[in-house]
Design a protein around this ligand. Structure first.
Ligand SMILES: [Zn+2]
Length: 349
């Protein structure tokens, strides 16, 4: 398709957006020259990447470790039944689809498990990082990396009909660790796979995230939200928590410059258990797991057995065994990324 001048108010595909005065032609020019990193291209990431590609962000880097499954289609709007049948990785299916929507965006699809060994490379050159992940381990890693490299990032999370989002401008607004010194203990909170998720709340939170990214990338940091937004579409509640006093000079991350998730000191350690078709994940320094609570949660998704030493759940082709220190053995795969994905889905955080 021949491309018109993207900044021509008559012919550009971005004409309606440029007519929105606060963005304007100048804002669009900046968008076209910008690079965004979207980590996770499931439900939130689908909406975020879709919005940013259509809006004309110049370079879009999409990273995801997962493959498509039928139960993704309820909320992961970039994908269709053909993608599921083809068993495509989400990052690849997303790139294919987005290239048909806006072929002028330079797209980089990375099929990878984001961890401390690759995040700085993925983030290099990005003007903004947008969270489409499903777990706090990755978010604490993203926070470390974004604060260290001074890249604005936007946190978003959803569960059930509730969602929350927060924009972090390193050095200017509170970072994730100012508000939450440590991630919740493994298995302590519900996940989308155990407690369910509505597609509607995903669209709302992901749209707010993408909107914040558009402000940052178009040079309008003054317009970003300075509150922690928490909403529930079922109970019809919206809370906007002011963060004026929340930035802490004592914050280990943005105050003292310690980045334990980025150094690999915190976060999960993994090992393939040879000959057992299993991967072990361990979490040094994390709080203890409540096996009772976890057994309850897992019983929603699989066949659970437990004793005082462990909880075990058979979930589809996987056998998930969790010990009180949070260590887990994921049976049914020798693929570390797949095991981490199963852990994030069913045990959580
Ligand atoms: Zn902080």
């Amino acid at each position: 398709m021949p491309q018109a001048d993207p900044l021509d108010l008559q012919t550009s595909r971005y004409a309606r957006q440029m007519r929105f005065a606060p963005l304007g032609v100048e804002g669009q020019r900046k968008l076209l020259e910008s690079t965004a990193l979207v980590v996770g291209c499931g439900a939130l990431g689908s909406v975020i990447a879709n919005t940013l590609a259509r809006a004309g962000v110049g370079q879009l880097r999409i990273v995801d470790r997962d493959f498509l499954e039928l139960n993704n289609l309820q909320r992961q709007v970039l994908y269709d039944e053909d993608d599921v049948a083809a068993g495509l990785p989400k990052a690849i299916a997303a790139k294919n689809r987005l290239a048909r929507i806006n072929s002028t965006v330079e797209m980089d699809a990375v099929v990878a498990d984001v961890d401390h060994t690759n995040i700085e490379r993925l983030l290099a050159g990005a003007n903004c990082l947008i969270d489409g992940t499903d777990n706090f381990e990755t978010r604490f890693l993203l926070n470390d990396a974004a604060v260290k490299l001074g890249v604005p990032w936007i946190y978003g999370g959803c569960l059930g009909a509730e969602g929350q989002t927060l924009t972090i401008l390193p050095g200017e607004t509170p970072c994730l660790r100012c508000l939450m010194p440590d991630p919740p203990p493994p298995g302590s909170s519900p996940t989308c796979d155990s407690a369910g998720i509505l597609g509607t709340v995903i669209s709302v939170i992901a749209s707010i995230e993408a909107n914040e990214a558009l402000k940052i990338l178009s040079g309008h940091r003054e317009a970003i939200s300075r509150t922690w937004t928490v909403l529930d579409l079922w109970d019809n509640t919206l809370r906007q928590i002011k963060l004026d006093q929340a930035r802490s000079a004592d914050c280990p991350c943005c105050g003292r410059g310690e980045y334990p998730w980025l150094s690999g000191e915190r976060g999960s350690h993994t090992a393939v258990l040879c000959g057992r078709n299993s991967v072990q994940l361990s979490f040094p320094g994390r709080e203890a797991v409540s096996l009772d609570q976890l057994a309850d949660k897992l019983s929603a998704v699989g066949q659970v057995s437990r004793n005082k030493y462990l909880v075990r759940a058979a979930i589809g082709d996987y056998q998930v065994t969790v010990f009180p220190d949070g260590r887990a053995v994921i049976g049914g795969t020798e693929d570390i990324a797949e095991a981490r994905s199963v852990y994030a889905k069913y045990v959580g955080n």
